[in-house]
Design a protein. Structure first.
Length: 240
Protein backbone atom coordinates (compact mmCIF):
# COMPACT_ATOMS: atom_id res chain seq x y z
CA UNK A 1 0.00 0.00 0.00
CA UNK A 2 1.44 3.44 -0.90
CA UNK A 3 2.11 6.18 1.65
CA UNK A 4 -0.90 8.14 0.39
CA UNK A 5 -3.15 5.14 0.73
CA UNK A 6 -1.86 4.47 4.24
CA UNK A 7 -2.50 8.08 5.21
CA UNK A 8 -6.04 8.02 3.87
CA UNK A 9 -6.68 4.65 5.47
CA UNK A 10 -5.80 6.27 8.80
CA UNK A 11 -8.23 9.13 8.16
CA UNK A 12 -10.63 8.03 10.86
CA UNK A 13 -8.17 9.04 13.56
CA UNK A 14 -8.60 12.66 12.52
CA UNK A 15 -12.11 12.61 13.98
CA UNK A 16 -10.40 12.84 17.36
CA UNK A 17 -9.65 16.47 16.52
CA UNK A 18 -13.31 17.19 17.23
CA UNK A 19 -13.27 15.48 20.62
CA UNK A 20 -13.24 16.85 24.13
CA UNK A 21 -10.47 16.72 26.74
CA UNK A 22 -10.55 14.56 29.82
CA UNK A 23 -12.47 15.69 32.88
CA UNK A 24 -9.35 16.19 35.08
CA UNK A 25 -7.93 18.72 32.58
CA UNK A 26 -11.25 20.56 32.28
CA UNK A 27 -11.46 20.77 36.10
CA UNK A 28 -8.04 22.38 36.62
CA UNK A 29 -8.30 25.64 38.57
CA UNK A 30 -5.85 27.69 36.47
CA UNK A 31 -4.69 27.62 32.82
CA UNK A 32 -1.02 27.70 33.80
CA UNK A 33 -1.40 24.38 35.61
CA UNK A 34 -3.04 22.85 32.54
CA UNK A 35 -0.22 24.09 30.28
CA UNK A 36 2.36 22.73 32.72
CA UNK A 37 0.70 19.31 32.61
CA UNK A 38 0.69 19.42 28.82
CA UNK A 39 4.39 20.27 28.75
CA UNK A 40 5.09 17.37 31.10
CA UNK A 41 3.07 15.04 28.85
CA UNK A 42 5.13 16.09 25.81
CA UNK A 43 8.39 15.59 27.70
CA UNK A 44 7.28 12.08 28.67
CA UNK A 45 5.82 11.20 25.26
CA UNK A 46 7.46 13.45 22.62
CA UNK A 47 6.23 11.32 19.70
CA UNK A 48 2.62 10.99 20.87
CA UNK A 49 0.06 13.17 19.09
CA UNK A 50 -2.26 12.88 22.08
CA UNK A 51 0.31 14.63 24.28
CA UNK A 52 0.29 17.66 21.97
CA UNK A 53 -3.49 17.57 21.72
CA UNK A 54 -3.45 18.42 25.43
CA UNK A 55 -2.55 22.05 24.56
CA UNK A 56 -5.53 22.40 22.23
CA UNK A 57 -7.81 20.82 24.82
CA UNK A 58 -6.58 23.22 27.50
CA UNK A 59 -7.09 26.18 25.17
CA UNK A 60 -10.68 25.16 24.37
CA UNK A 61 -11.78 24.26 27.88
CA UNK A 62 -10.02 27.00 29.83
CA UNK A 63 -9.99 29.69 27.12
CA UNK A 64 -6.21 29.83 27.46
CA UNK A 65 -5.68 30.32 23.74
CA UNK A 66 -2.66 32.61 23.99
CA UNK A 67 -0.92 30.55 26.68
CA UNK A 68 -1.30 27.33 24.71
CA UNK A 69 -0.21 28.98 21.47
CA UNK A 70 2.88 30.49 23.10
CA UNK A 71 3.88 27.11 24.53
CA UNK A 72 3.62 25.47 21.10
CA UNK A 73 5.42 28.38 19.42
CA UNK A 74 8.27 27.93 21.91
CA UNK A 75 8.55 24.26 20.95
CA UNK A 76 8.72 25.21 17.28
CA UNK A 77 11.42 27.78 18.01
CA UNK A 78 13.53 25.03 19.56
CA UNK A 79 12.65 22.44 16.90
CA UNK A 80 11.17 23.83 13.65
CA UNK A 81 10.60 20.23 12.48
CA UNK A 82 8.19 19.49 15.34
CA UNK A 83 5.16 18.87 13.12
CA UNK A 84 3.01 17.65 16.02
CA UNK A 85 3.34 21.01 17.73
CA UNK A 86 2.62 22.77 14.42
CA UNK A 87 -0.53 20.69 13.86
CA UNK A 88 -2.11 21.69 17.17
CA UNK A 89 -0.91 25.27 16.87
CA UNK A 90 -2.86 25.26 13.58
CA UNK A 91 -5.91 23.87 15.41
CA UNK A 92 -5.73 26.70 17.96
CA UNK A 93 -5.32 29.30 15.21
CA UNK A 94 -8.27 27.80 13.32
CA UNK A 95 -10.50 27.99 16.39
CA UNK A 96 -9.57 31.65 16.66
CA UNK A 97 -10.44 32.25 13.00
CA UNK A 98 -6.93 33.26 12.03
CA UNK A 99 -5.75 32.96 8.43
CA UNK A 100 -2.35 31.46 9.29
CA UNK A 101 -4.07 28.22 10.32
CA UNK A 102 -4.25 27.14 6.68
CA UNK A 103 -0.51 27.47 6.07
CA UNK A 104 0.28 25.77 9.39
CA UNK A 105 -1.91 22.81 8.48
CA UNK A 106 -0.24 22.53 5.06
CA UNK A 107 3.25 22.71 6.59
CA UNK A 108 2.34 20.07 9.18
CA UNK A 109 0.89 17.73 6.55
CA UNK A 110 3.93 18.12 4.30
CA UNK A 111 6.25 17.55 7.26
CA UNK A 112 4.45 14.37 8.28
CA UNK A 113 4.52 13.17 4.68
CA UNK A 114 8.27 13.78 4.44
CA UNK A 115 8.85 11.60 7.50
CA UNK A 116 6.40 8.87 6.37
CA UNK A 117 4.12 9.50 9.35
CA UNK A 118 0.83 8.36 7.81
CA UNK A 119 -1.27 8.94 10.92
CA UNK A 120 0.04 12.48 11.42
CA UNK A 121 -0.49 13.26 7.75
CA UNK A 122 -4.07 12.00 7.96
CA UNK A 123 -4.75 14.21 10.98
CA UNK A 124 -3.29 17.27 9.27
CA UNK A 125 -4.95 16.84 5.87
CA UNK A 126 -8.41 16.08 7.24
CA UNK A 127 -8.15 18.92 9.74
CA UNK A 128 -7.20 21.20 6.84
CA UNK A 129 -10.20 19.97 4.85
CA UNK A 130 -12.55 20.75 7.72
CA UNK A 131 -10.96 24.17 8.16
CA UNK A 132 -11.43 24.97 4.48
CA UNK A 133 -15.04 23.76 4.61
CA UNK A 134 -15.86 26.15 7.41
CA UNK A 135 -13.86 28.99 5.90
CA UNK A 136 -15.17 28.86 2.32
CA UNK A 137 -18.62 27.31 2.71
CA UNK A 138 -19.98 27.89 6.20
CA UNK A 139 -18.46 31.20 7.31
CA UNK A 140 -21.15 33.68 8.40
CA UNK A 141 -19.59 36.54 6.47
CA UNK A 142 -19.91 34.67 3.17
CA UNK A 143 -23.70 34.89 3.20
CA UNK A 144 -23.77 38.67 2.96
CA UNK A 145 -20.84 38.69 0.56
CA UNK A 146 -22.49 36.21 -1.81
CA UNK A 147 -25.79 38.12 -1.76
CA UNK A 148 -23.91 41.20 -2.91
CA UNK A 149 -21.54 39.39 -5.31
CA UNK A 150 -23.19 36.14 -6.44
CA UNK A 151 -20.82 35.70 -9.40
CA UNK A 152 -17.68 35.78 -7.27
CA UNK A 153 -15.65 32.56 -7.64
CA UNK A 154 -15.89 31.69 -3.94
CA UNK A 155 -19.67 32.17 -4.08
CA UNK A 156 -20.02 30.02 -7.19
CA UNK A 157 -17.91 27.32 -5.55
CA UNK A 158 -19.98 27.58 -2.38
CA UNK A 159 -23.20 27.21 -4.37
CA UNK A 160 -21.87 24.21 -6.31
CA UNK A 161 -20.67 22.47 -3.15
CA UNK A 162 -23.98 23.17 -1.45
CA UNK A 163 -25.83 21.41 -4.26
CA UNK A 164 -23.33 18.54 -4.25
CA UNK A 165 -23.81 18.06 -0.51
CA UNK A 166 -27.59 18.26 -0.78
CA UNK A 167 -27.78 15.64 -3.53
CA UNK A 168 -25.11 13.41 -1.92
CA UNK A 169 -22.95 13.60 -5.03
CA UNK A 170 -19.67 12.81 -3.26
CA UNK A 171 -21.23 9.91 -1.37
CA UNK A 172 -22.66 8.29 -4.48
CA UNK A 173 -19.42 8.91 -6.41
CA UNK A 174 -17.27 7.27 -3.74
CA UNK A 175 -19.61 4.27 -3.55
CA UNK A 176 -19.74 3.97 -7.35
CA UNK A 177 -15.94 3.72 -7.33
CA UNK A 178 -15.65 1.44 -4.30
CA UNK A 179 -18.10 -1.26 -5.40
CA UNK A 180 -16.37 -2.25 -8.66
CA UNK A 181 -12.97 -1.80 -7.00
CA UNK A 182 -13.92 -4.47 -4.46
CA UNK A 183 -14.28 -7.11 -7.18
CA UNK A 184 -11.92 -5.88 -9.89
CA UNK A 185 -8.66 -7.87 -9.76
CA UNK A 186 -5.10 -6.63 -9.99
CA UNK A 187 -3.70 -3.15 -10.07
CA UNK A 188 -6.79 -1.76 -11.80
CA UNK A 189 -8.93 -2.64 -8.78
CA UNK A 190 -6.30 -1.25 -6.41
CA UNK A 191 -6.09 2.06 -8.31
CA UNK A 192 -9.87 2.34 -8.38
CA UNK A 193 -9.99 1.69 -4.64
CA UNK A 194 -7.50 4.49 -4.06
CA UNK A 195 -9.72 6.87 -6.04
CA UNK A 196 -12.71 5.63 -4.05
CA UNK A 197 -10.89 6.35 -0.79
CA UNK A 198 -10.08 9.89 -1.92
CA UNK A 199 -13.72 10.46 -2.86
CA UNK A 200 -14.87 8.90 0.42
CA UNK A 201 -12.61 11.21 2.43
CA UNK A 202 -14.17 14.19 0.64
CA UNK A 203 -17.64 12.76 1.29
CA UNK A 204 -16.91 12.45 5.01
CA UNK A 205 -15.79 16.07 5.16
CA UNK A 206 -18.66 17.48 3.10
CA UNK A 207 -21.67 15.99 4.90
CA UNK A 208 -22.08 12.85 2.80
CA UNK A 209 -20.85 10.64 5.62
CA UNK A 210 -23.46 7.88 5.31
CA UNK A 211 -22.40 6.61 1.91
CA UNK A 212 -18.87 7.92 2.30
CA UNK A 213 -18.22 5.76 5.35
CA UNK A 214 -19.38 2.61 3.53
CA UNK A 215 -17.22 3.47 0.53
CA UNK A 216 -14.21 4.15 2.75
CA UNK A 217 -14.49 0.73 4.42
CA UNK A 218 -14.79 -1.06 1.07
CA UNK A 219 -11.85 0.88 -0.35
CA UNK A 220 -9.59 0.22 2.64
CA UNK A 221 -10.39 -3.50 2.54
CA UNK A 222 -9.54 -3.60 -1.17
CA UNK A 223 -6.29 -1.68 -0.66
CA UNK A 224 -5.29 -4.03 2.14
CA UNK A 225 -5.43 -6.99 -0.26
CA UNK A 226 -2.71 -5.59 -2.52
CA UNK A 227 0.40 -6.54 -0.49
CA UNK A 228 -0.76 -10.16 -0.21
CA UNK A 229 -1.39 -10.33 -3.95
CA UNK A 230 2.08 -8.90 -4.65
CA UNK A 231 3.73 -11.40 -2.30
CA UNK A 232 1.92 -14.27 -4.03
CA UNK A 233 2.97 -13.05 -7.44
CA UNK A 234 6.62 -12.43 -6.46
CA UNK A 235 8.98 -14.48 -8.68
CA UNK A 236 10.99 -17.20 -7.06
CA UNK A 237 14.79 -17.03 -7.29
CA UNK A 238 16.39 -19.32 -9.85
CA UNK A 239 17.72 -22.61 -8.47
CA UNK A 240 21.42 -23.33 -8.43
Amino acid sequence: MTRTARALSSAGVALALAGFPSAPLAALPHPSEAIARCQAAVRDHPSDLEAYRCFWSAARNLQSWDDAARALEAMLTIDPANHRARLYLAAIEADQGRDRAESLYVQAADGFAATNDATGEAYARLALAYFLRFRYIEADGLVAHCVASPTDFVCLFREAMGKAMHFNVLGYTSLALALPAAVLPGRAGWALALLALLAAAAALVFYNAGLGAVAAVLAVLRLARMPAAQATAAPRPAAG
